[in-house]
Design a protein around this ligand. Structure first.
Ligand code: NAD
Ligand code: ZN
Length: 391
């Protein structure tokens, strides 16, 4: 089959690789009909996430048709012919963490747990197409994929719904929603969101769904800010506005009730700390840049919440803990607990409360993946979100 492979920093190729096969009784094989490129893939592309190997198949946002199931998958759970969206986190459904709905902390789905334990103390769940530290699983930017624990993750798509309507249930809609949910939004609240990428877009829409009175979105890419404004957000263009001052103006001098970090470890900016990050990264003193995270902490009102869904892989520096501590902030964060959100969010789509497809800017063929990574990475050609079609 054809698949998108990681071939070193800033190089992806479309190569012929062996088709996946059932390895374990609870596996299923999916023939992929839609697959996306995520901001998280850019962290791999840019070389921020360790333990990638040449030839690793990328991709963790995909859906398609079940063409084979292992003997351990009960037919009331999944059958050949079902159309499914696959969550990017892999979970066994039986461990201490899965039982508490902490799906992205599953204890059994990362066969390379020892690598993650060395880095983090404990391992998160396995992830599709996301380095050997999270399992070394082949990803879904391909014609076919093997899905482990297929009786737990995949969500069946109701008749009549298109791929474009449901594909983002594989990651970014639940992620944006969890980011907003972690803010414990009350009526009257102002939520500030750093990053108007695909995750930020869903955080904005979810904050409104959860009852925020005002959502303020921060970025510098014109078409992304436009899309955020279309969803009702007040925009701060970080290129020419002082974020802190503007947020105070918008909140009667108090600051946002919660700040969502939807940027991650490649955040950039024009202030001294952002330049410090670049120097620290170049000299191996840090692994991740934290400019947006620092701003979230500094701008949040006293007693507010900082909700982090932007991905961090290792060590950051110059985190203003004094501000966080003395303001009494609550920090919440994590890889998304996907299986908590997929079904309820499907219902929001069915009810017409949200149309996820409006963030798609490019529909391309799988073969065009190298070009797609380039335009998504450099925000060229108005690229907000790419959906790749294997056929
Ligand atoms: P993206 O790269 O398309 O978007 C990031 C946006 O942040 C860009 O529009 C960029 O212009 C903007 N930005 C950069 N620096 C900024 C700054 N200092 N202030 C404000 N905006 C800034 O990525 P995406 O697909 O939207 O993903 C966003 C983050 O969420 C990534 O780190 C991704 O890895 C992460 N993510 C996390 C999970 C999870 O489970 N927690 C799931 C999916 C994605
Ligand atoms: Zn993703």
């Amino acid at each position: 089959m054809k698949a998108v492979t990681w071939c070193g920093k800033k190089t992806v190729k479309v190569e012929n690789v062996p088709d996946p096969t059932i390895l374990n009784p609870r596996d299923a094989i999916i023939k992929i009909t839609s697959t996306c490129i995520c901001g998280s893939d850019l962290h791999l592309y840019d070389g921020y996430i360790p333990t990638m190997q040449r030839g690793d198949i990328l991709g963790h946002e995909f859906m398609g048709e079940v063409i084979e199931v292992g003997k351990g998958v009960a037919s009331d759970k999944l059958r050949v012919g079902d159309r499914v969206v696959v969550p990017f986190t892999i979970a066994c459904g039986n461990c201490f963490f899965c039982k508490q709905q902490l799906w992205s902390s599953c204890d059994n789905s990362n066969p390379n747990a020892w690598i993650a334990e060395k880095a983090f103390g404990f391992t998160p769940s396995g992830l599709f197409g996301y380095s050997h530290m999270t399992g070394g699983y082949a990803g879904g930017q391909a014609e076919f994929a093997r899905v482990p624990y297929a009786d737990v993750g995949p969500l069946k798509v109701p008749e009549g719904m298109t791929d474009d309507q449901v594909i983002f249930l594989s990651d970014i809609f639940p992620t944006g929603y969890m980011a907003a949910e972690m803010c414990d939004i009350k009526s009257g609240d102002t939520i500030a969101i750093w990053g108007c990428g695909p995750v930020g877009q869903f955080a904005i829409r979810s904050a409104f769904l959860l009852g925020a009175s005002q959502v303020v979105a921060i970025d510098s890419v014109p078409e992304r800010m436009e899309l955020a404004a279309k969803a009702g957000a007040t925009i701060i263009d970080m290129r020419d506005e002082w974020i802190y001052d503007r947020l105070l103006d918008l909140t009667g001098g108090r600051g946002p009730d919660a700040c969502i970090e939807a940027v991650g470890n490649e955040s950039h900016g024009g202030t001294l700390d952002a330049y410090y990050d670049m120097a620290a990264l170049a000299t191996f003193q840090v692994t991740d840049k934290a400019h947006a995270l620092r701003q979230c902490i500094n701008c949040c009102r006293k007693g507010g919440t900082v909700s982090i869904v932007g991905v961090y892989g290792g060590i950051v520096d110059k985190i203003p803990m004094g501000a966080a501590m003395n303001k009494g902030l609550t920090f919440r964060m994590g890889q998304t607990h996907m299986m908590r959100y997929m079904k309820p969010l499907l219902e929001h789509i069915q009810a017409g409360r949200i149309d996820p497809s409006e963030i798609i800017s490019h529909r391309l063929l799988l073969e065009e993946a190298p070009h797609a990574y380039e335009i998504f990475k450099h925000k060229r050609d108005g690229c907000v979100k790419v959906v790749l079609k294997p056929n």
